[in-house]
Ligand binder design. Structure first.
Ligand SMILES: [Fe+2]
Ligand SMILES: [Fe+2]
Length: 346
């Protein structure tokens, strides 16, 4: 038996203890949960339910789904928290729930942005998942990076809220059509890329009052480009919502890594397309947070040794690295510099 939060409840699970609201029995022990039971529990504000857990199989499977990008560097958030977000997102991306009640989107967005309201030192070591779960990680990682940028700008809470919701739902179109282009920043003519925008708009516009018009508009325009060469509307510069312009930094960075590139290459991509795809202002904010060599970049120092970047140092070009088990600040004082950046797997 295990206690699980309402957002993890799934049809088919078996209730292990009677669920009461005050003295009314809502669901008796032994009930095999149906979607309507789960909705009923949620509508009565039941937060935790005991369900049978025969062999712990489900839990183990969930843990195996996510993996940290760089083993020896601390993760951006505790694995347990990330896992919870990951599972919670299963509900958020389910349009039938979103249609009825957006409170799960509200609570997941709040959980995420509250972690990053005041971010000082950023160690951008993200988790990723593969297969059907990959969209969960990508949506959460995009939210994390966007939150870090917004925190640097001291945005009000209400902006964080809209931003994270936009990030969480930005690629929901892929989940609706059951197909995904992981890195969707180059070929805007691709039919799947175009479809994920259209299907998201067609679906979300009907529930606009639940999630907010500015969020639906931002999702529908998240492949506009700063220079006006984007998809469908061809919006330009400030005509593109700041929600989109911030989202795009996290979105492109995370998905470029997801297709096998290094963090250094992902940062280089943002810099190369700054002013073309991306708003240079937000690129520069992100650059000022993580530097030229983001966390996890593999480098060769001028003493010939291999090192891994842990985080940004005092300036963008001189990061703090880990080399032979030691933490070293590159720069004038130590006389150590980055001579070369290695490709992933080198
Ligand atoms: Fe997209
Ligand atoms: Fe995306």
């Amino acid at each position: 038996m295990k206690k699980i939060p309402f957002y993890e409840l799934k049809p088919g699970q078996i209730v292990a203890e009677d669920v009461f609201k005050e003295s009314t029995l809502l669901i008796p022990k032994g009930t095999v949960l149906k979607s309507s039971d789960i909705k009923r529990l949620r509508s009565h504000g039941i937060k935790i339910v005991n369900v049978y857990d025969e062999n712990d199989f489900i839990e183990k499977k969930i843990e195996e789904k996510i993996s940290i990008e760089f083993e020896n560097i601390p993760p951006i958030v505790e694995e347990e928290t990330y896992n919870e977000w990951h599972q919670h997102f299963e509900f958020v991306k389910d349009i039938t729930y979103l249609k009825d009640d957006p409170s799960e989107l509200d609570s997941l967005a709040e959980d995420i942005y509250k972690k990053f309201l005041k971010t000082e030192d950023v160690v951008l070591n993200l988790f990723h998942a593969i297969g059907n779960e990959a969209l969960n990680s990508h949506s959460i990682n995009t939210s994390i990076i966007a939150s870090i940028i917004a925190s640097k700008l001291n945005m009000p809470d209400v902006f964080f809220d809209s931003l994270v919701k936009t990030c969480l739902l930005h690629d929901i179109g892929y989940s609706l059509i059951g197909k995904r282009v992981i890195f969707d920043y180059i070929d805007l003519e691709d039919v799947t890329v175009r479809s994920h925008i259209v299907s998201a708009y067609e679906t979300l516009k009907n529930i606009q009052k639940n999630i907010g018009k500015e969020i639906v508009d931002a999702i529908s325009t998240h492949h506009e480009r700063y220079d006006g060469t984007g998809i469908f509307m061809r919006l330009k510069e400030n005509a593109i919502s700041p929600l989109v312009r911030i989202l795009q930094i996290g979105d492109a960075y995370d998905s470029y890594i997801e297709i096998g590139n290094s963090p250094y290459d992902a940062m280089s991509f943002l810099l190369r397309y700054s002013g073309l795809i991306f708003d240079p202002y937000y690129v520069s904010i992100f650059f000022s947070i993580v530097g030229l060599y983001p966390t996890g970049s593999q480098v060769i120092l001028n003493n010939g040794k291999k090192a891994t970047v842990i985080k940004k140092g005092k300036t963008s070009s001189f990061p703090i690295v880990e080399c032979d088990g030691e933490t070293i600040e590159t720069g004038m004082e130590t006389g150590l510099f980055i001579r070369e950046v290695l490709k992933k797997g080198e």
